[in-house]
Design a protein around this ligand. Structure first.
Ligand SMILES: NC(=O)c1ccc[n+]([C@@H]2O[C@H](COP(=O)([O-])OP(=O)(O)OC[C@H]3O[C@@H](n4cnc5c(N)ncnc54)[C@H](OP(=O)(O)O)[C@@H]3O)[C@@H](O)[C@H]2O)c1
Length: 238
């Protein structure tokens, strides 16, 4: 598969880059600092640019089969990057006739069918106070995605920690809270699962780490993640 990836220098995006690469997918990446992305083994093409620039986004997306966005970092200097970046991505996808997109965001975003537990409300309240620019940006982005007629999946995760790719995680409508967590490798594994199997199209599953001791059903891995390349930026950091 040819995948356009946004946010590849970040925690989730980096793990997605490494797993996609290990699985043999071709990657087209947009990065503000392309030097941070290497391509020792081939298979990764990097374009310099900002995700809010439609022309750069369009160049990356043209000719791909699917798009993954793990963009983050809303600040006063990087205002509305999620909403405006997602707007540019969706516009470019429509222009080039590409339908499938996976977006990585937080479980604070409410969705029909959620348990609506205290933990999610608490997380929303914390974010609203702690990151006043990020909170509205995530909500606007989610509304924009939901209104799109493309084949989107919004993966909603709790606190992201470094960790290996495995399938010891739960997905769906989960009762999560500030105590919940998931590993970078698990988010990448689930992203690839959604891409490969067409899971959760027009859905917004949460994901969280589970443990064997809780008796969660384990699924066979889709692929083995092997050491990738001699290039440090592509090596597994989990
Ligand atoms: N980490 C968590 O615990 C957690 C939990 C729940 C939800 N989330 C959300 O999930 C998403 C992914 O999380 P993360 O921790 O992997 O994020 P991250 O490490 O902060 O990575 C953000 C990525 O977005 C890129 N980016 C930011 N502004 C950009 C711009 N204007 N143009 C192009 N690229 C830009 C960054 O590139 P640069 O290298 O150029 O900065 C980086 O690659 C974020 O939206 C985050 O808010 C995170």
């Amino acid at each position: 598969m040819r995948i356009a990836l946004f946010g590849a220098t970040g925690k989730a995006g980096g793990a997605i880059l490494r797993q996609c690469h290990a699985a043999g997918h071709e990657l087209r990446v947009l990065a503000r600092h392309p030097g941070a992305i290497g391509d020792a083994d081939g298979g990764v093409t990097t374009t310099a640019g900002d995700v809010r620039e439609l022309s750069a986004v369009s160049r990356v997306i043209n000719g791909t089969d699917a798009v993954v966005s793990a963009i983050g970092g809303t600040t006063a200097a990087n205002l509305a990057v999620l909403d405006q970046g997602t707007a540019a991505i969706l516009t470019a996808m429509s222009q080039h006739g590409i339908r499938r997109i996976i977006v990585i965001q937080g479980f604070h975003l409410p969705w029909p069918g959620d348990p609506g537990n205290l933990g999610q409300h608490a997380m929303n309240a914390v974010l609203r106070m702690w990151k006043p620019q990020l909170h509205p940006d995530t909500h606007r982005m989610a509304s924009r995605l939901r209104a799109s007629e493309l084949d989107w999946t919004l993966i909603r995760m709790p606190r992201l920690i470094s960790g290996p790719a495995d399938n010891h995680y739960r997905t769906g409508s989960l009762a999560l809270g500030p105590w919940s967590k998931v590993t970078t490798g698990q988010v990448a594994h689930f992203t690839l699962r959604c891409l490969a199997a067409g899971e959760y199209v027009r859905g917004a599953p949460m994901i969280a780490a589970s443990s064997r001791s809780r008796g969660d059903a384990l699924q066979p891995p889709l692929f083995e993640v092997s050491p990738l390349s001699k290039n440090p930026s592509l090596e597994t950091k989990e």
